[in-house]
Design a protein around this ligand. Sequence first.
Ligand SMILES: [Zn+2]
Length: 357
Amino acid sequence: MIFFQFHPLASLRAITALVCVALWAPQEALANKPATPSKHNQASPRAPAKAQAKPKTPARQGADAAATQPEDLRDLATWCKTIVPRLIGMPLNQCLSSGLAPGDGRSVRGVPLWLRDAAPPEGTASLRVFVLGGIHGDEPTSVNVVFDWLESAVKTQDSVIHWRMVPLGNPDGLLRRPSSRTNSRGVDLNRNFPTDDWSRDAHAYWAKRTGKDPRRYPGPAAMSEPETQWIQGQIEQFKPQLIVAIHAPYGLLDFDGPAPPPNKLGSLYLDQIGIYPGSLGNYGGTMGRVPVITVELKNARQVSRTEIQAIWRDLLKWIDLRLLPSTAAQVAPATPAAPTAPAGPTTLRHSGGLDSL
Ligand SMILES: [Zn+2]
């Protein structure tokens, strides 16, 4: 009896594990892979060593077992049980009770992109804020942060802020083994947004400034990736007046766009390190004239709830000071990335090699 109770479960687990390995095996053979992977030559003395190595032997190279299971990830419980083990110390229940819903976007591999709004009664919001985590799949703490902030936003009854939160912009990258910065076609989604300088600069920058670092491949064309298309569509539809993108592990704040930037959120200080072709900061802030705060946590795999909440509290204070009605006139209307938007800079701003955001 014990055998028959145990054995089917063990078999099920083994089958599940095999399916997961097959499903999330790196797809090195897929199209659009950078032609010449090379060493990361952008190392900075203060850049923590990130896991950049590719798996030596991709399991089932070129396998395509994603035909059915990603659709199952439209179910919150299934999605949570799939992603939570890849996050850092997040209770499953926090995901199950998040109230997230699958959006109409899918990753390359068909995994739904989830979101939730937290808003005061219709017509009473004073500010729309879009929060994005996990656009780089190997920065799981950025996902934790959005889950935590979502919980806080939902609990805040007297808020005048309409939040739209997307905890995981790159599910394929998170679910790869090991997790990857890029999506499953090897594209850095934060270099794939349709900035004015993309056609001219994205590939040149990638080649000359990163040495064709495969972790920073901008894609064959701007907006070539479904994840980027969906995020950009969310921005166009939601028309945020502030975008907050969470990353790790450089331990700083970057800022693009109008309004005086925050000098400090939690223990993170402002250090505007650069504008990159195809980045969300360039797209939303420089082109769209919407303030974009890029939060670079200090660690991609470890973050305390104390720090997450300290950043949240300071963010709310900065919003209150700079963006809410008494000062909202300082902020340009939200017209992100309209074709007629002012052009971005003609020269790249760069600060000595740190290239992460
Ligand atoms: Zn990042």
